[in-house]
Design a protein around this ligand. Structure first.
Ligand code: TRP
Length: 335
């Protein structure tokens, strides 16, 4: 039996180098494996929890989809779809909601963090600004996963708790209504690089320190020139460890190229020279994909077509499965 791998990508903001190295690249590699069933989707139901600007959502959905396609996602093999194109997810969410202990949701890290923030700000209501969408987020995520009987869910460490909740919810449903769901496992990969951003902290949209994956050439150069370095002079030997320029370079370079650069650091390469080198290297690596990306961005219908193809394939699973579940909970014709 083939293992099923599934992961969701929340469209919010423009994909950056950190997203690519940490999440997109490993998934694209997995999308080519024919020993796996893989499902990748744009988690736009999740996006509307935090984005209430339709134009922004549309733009970001387009950018994320175009990025995955341009970087070589194998959509013949893997199923690539948009969550909001699968209405069965929604129906399943409600079935699961009715099997989810409220106390379980009270313990979700993301929710607890928001409550804590309110308490620190001495808000009158500890739930200030928290919608049911945010609160129930893990149930929706469980529906995403359980719908396609995923065995493995590759995620960042911050999402592991959500996968555990999906298991809990699935087990409770199975216990009541019979063995319908596969219990998923979170897969976190320590070997994938976590990139630092412009200021040396983890590259993240929330720190505003990102470098866009498909920035036009000039802007890419400008961003790279902004990366923080120490004040060592040209000619002084430099450490590669903890150096953002080196880290980004390594995430793209071969072993030999990395060795070569380590030597240059020991010899005291000037920061300006290293920055120029990194820019040229990245630019050359990314340019062909950027061209495909730009082509896709100027032809949204082509992106839409891929997503529709993915939707149709995904619904071959979700439609019969929701039928089975409807019967399981007791929705069937009376006569
Ligand atoms: N919550 C995930 C994130 O913010 C995105 C996501 C939604 C997801 N549904 C999922 C990930 C299902 C894995 C499986 O990154």
């Amino acid at each position: 039996m083939k293992q099923t791998v599934l992961t969701g990508i929340k469209p919010s903001g423009t994909p950056h180098l950190g997203n690519y190295v940490g999440a997109i690249r490993p998934c694209i590699e997995a999308s080519k494996r024919d020993d796996l069933n893989s499902f990748y989707f744009l988690a736009d139901y999740h996006s509307i929890i935090s984005t209430h600007k339709p134009e922004e959502l549309r733009q970001s959905t387009m950018e994320v989809a175009a990025t995955w396609l341009a970087m070589g996602l194998d959509t013949q093999n893997a199923i690539f779809y948009r969550q909001s194109d699968i209405p069965e997810i929604h129906e399943l969410t409600w079935m699961l909601t009715c099997m989810t202990a409220k106390g379980l949701m009270n313990r979700a890290h993301a929710y607890k963090a928001r409550v804590q923030e309110n308490e620190e700000n001495r808000a009158k209501d500890p739930d200030k600004g928290i919608t049911m969408g945010l609160y129930s987020y893990p149930v929706l995520m469980a529906a995403d996963i359980l719908m396609f009987k995923a065995n493995q869910v590759p995620v960042g460490k911050d999402q592991v708790q959500h996968i555990e909740m999906a298991r809990d919810i699935a087990a409770r449903f199975n216990h009541h209504f019979g063995e319908h769901f596969v219990l998923p496992e979170a897969v976190t990969d320590d070997s994938v690089a976590v990139l630092s951003g412009l200021d040396g902290r983890k590259m993240s949209k929330s720190y505003n320190n990102t470098i866009g994956l498909f920035l036009p050439e000039k802007k890419l150069r400008k961003q790279i020139m902004k990366i923080k370095t120490n004040s060592l002079e040209p000619g002084e030997p430099k450490e590669t460890k903890g150096c953002t320029l080196f880290e980004i370079f390594c995430a793209f370079a071969t072993k030999e190229e990395t060795k070569e650069i380590e030597k240059r650091y020991a010899e005291g390469i000037a920061w300006g020279e290293m920055k120029q080198f990194l820019f040229e290297y990245l630019n050359e690596t990314i340019a062909p994909f950027r061209a495909t990306y730009e082509e896709l961005m100027s032809n949204p219908a082509a992106i839409e077509e891929e997503l529709i193809k993915g939707r149709n394939r995904a619904r071959e699973y979700s439609i019969p499965f929701i039928e089975e579940l409807r019967k399981a909970v007791g929705f069937y014709p009376l006569g």
